[in-house]
Design a protein around this ligand. Structure first.
Ligand SMILES: [Zn+2]
Ligand SMILES: [Zn+2]
Length: 119
């Protein structure tokens, strides 16, 4: 809100006005965005057949704090989501072989087998 000093209107200092938009729902993010980084795939084991594939963009990707936004983004990228994990700031990509190889994302905090489900 503008305010007055001695009758002169002083506009409030504008912050850098490039609004962050949520990668999930596309809406402007008010306040601090939730950032997700995808771990470098060179840090995980990749089956040889995958080596020719486009590398994963590590991000960071910005979302609303609602994990539903990040999961929507995963869904749109055709990623699977490990239901033993949660949407966190660092996700690790797991190669899921199949007719159409896909990436699954997991926070990597559990020690048993992944259970990938549609995000
Ligand atoms: Zn959103
Ligand atoms: Zn997992």
């Amino acid at each position: 809100m503008p305010f007055d000093i001695n009758g002169i209107r002083i506009p409030t200092i504008q912050q850098d006005n490039v609004a962050s938009r949520c990668r999930g729902c596309g809406e402007v993010i008010e306040g601090v965005p939730f950032r997700v980084n995808v771990m470098d795939i060179t840090a995980v084991e990749i089956p040889p057949a995958w080596s020719g594939r486009t590398p994963i963009n590590p991000g960071p990707f910005q979302f609303h704090a609602d994990p539903a936004c990040a999961r929507r983004w995963m869904r749109e990228r055709d990623n699977l989501f490990c239901r033993k994990s949660a949407v966190r700031e660092l996700m690790r990509p797991i190669a899921i072989p199949g007719e159409t190889p896909r990436w699954g994302l997991c926070d990597g905090l559990h020690h048993d087998d992944h259970e990938f489900v549609p995000a």
